[in-house]
Design a protein around this ligand. Structure first.
Ligand code: FES
Length: 201
C-alpha cells in the first residue's frame, strides 16, 4: 500500500532505518567495586528518584568499558528502573559520553571564543599533524583520540586542551602540545599535570 496515490510503495526505501546509537558491546555487568560505588550514590536519592543517578551510572559504564555500549546502557536501565530508550536519550544528549571506542588518551581541544582567538585552531591542526589523524579519529595505535570541545571553563588560560575529561593542558601552543604527546608516550599518566581547579584548592 502506498501513502500517496502516485508513488509506488517501496518498503526497502521508506521503512528502513539506518539509526544506530551504540555498539552492542560485550555482555555487561558492573564490577563489584563499581556496583558498590553506584549503590552508595543511590543512597543520596529517595528510592522513587533513583533515576536521577543516571549520569553517575553512565560515567561508571564509561569508566569500565571506555565508552557507552548498548549493553552497558541496558544494564543501567535495569538498575534504575528506566527504559533503555530513556537512558539512551540522556547518553546521546551529553557530549562527554563516548558512543564508540576511543583511544587511551582523549584529547579535546576547546574551540570556543577565548580559545579560538588565542590559536585553538593551530593547536588542533598541530595535534592532527603530529598524530596523523583528523578530528574525531583515533590513531592506529589506539592511544590517542582527537576531538574538539566547547568552553572548558578555563578561558583565562586559553587555549585549553582537556585530556580524559580530567586533566587540563593550558596556554596550549603547537610546541607545548607536541611535547605533551611525546611526554604521554614516554611517561603515560604521569605526564598529565591535573587541572587548575584541583591545583588551586
Ligand atoms: S573558551 Fe576555551 S576554555 Fe573557555
Amino acid at each position: 500500500m502506498s501513502f500517496h496515490p502516485l508513488m509506488e510503495y517501496d518498503p526497502g526505501r521508506f521503512h528502513h532505518s539506518e539509526r544506530k546509537i551504540a555498539d552492542e558491546g560485550a555482555p555487561f555487568v558492573f564490577t563489584p567495586e563499581r556496583r558498590a560505588k553506584l549503590d552508595e550514590i543511590l543512597t543520596e536519592y529517595p528510592p522513587e528518584r533513583k533515576r536521577s543517578a543516571v549520569l553517575a551510572a553512565l560515567y561508571l559504564v564509561q569508566e569500565q568499558e571506555g565508552y557507552l555500549t548498548a549493553n552497558g546502557m541496558r544494564h543501567v536501565a535495569g538498575i534504575l528502573d528506566l527504559t533503555p530508550a530513556e537512558v539512551e536519550d540522556v547518553a546521546t544528549y551529553y557530549v562527554m559520553f563516548f558512543k564508540e571506542k576511543v583511544g587511551k588518551y582523549v584529547l579535546q581541544v576547546c574551540r570556543t571564543l577565548s580559545c579560538a582567538l588565542n590559536g585553538a585552531e593551530r593547536v588542533t591542526e598541530s595535534l592532527s599533524e603530529k598524530l596523523g589523524i583528523k578530528v574525531g579519529e583515533t590513531d592506529p595505535s589506539g592511544m590517542f583520540t582527537l576531538l574538539e570541545f566547547e568552553c572548558l571553563g578555563a578561558c583565562d588560560r586559553a587555549p585549553v586542551v582537556m585530556v580524559n575529561n580530567e586533566h587540563w593542558h593550558e596556554h596550549a601552543t603547537p610546541e607545548s602540545c607536541s611535547k605533551l604527546i611525546d611526554d604521554i608516550k614516554a611517561k603515560g599518566e604521569a605526564a598529565l599535570s591535573g587541572c587548575h581547579l584541583k591545583v588551586e584548592k
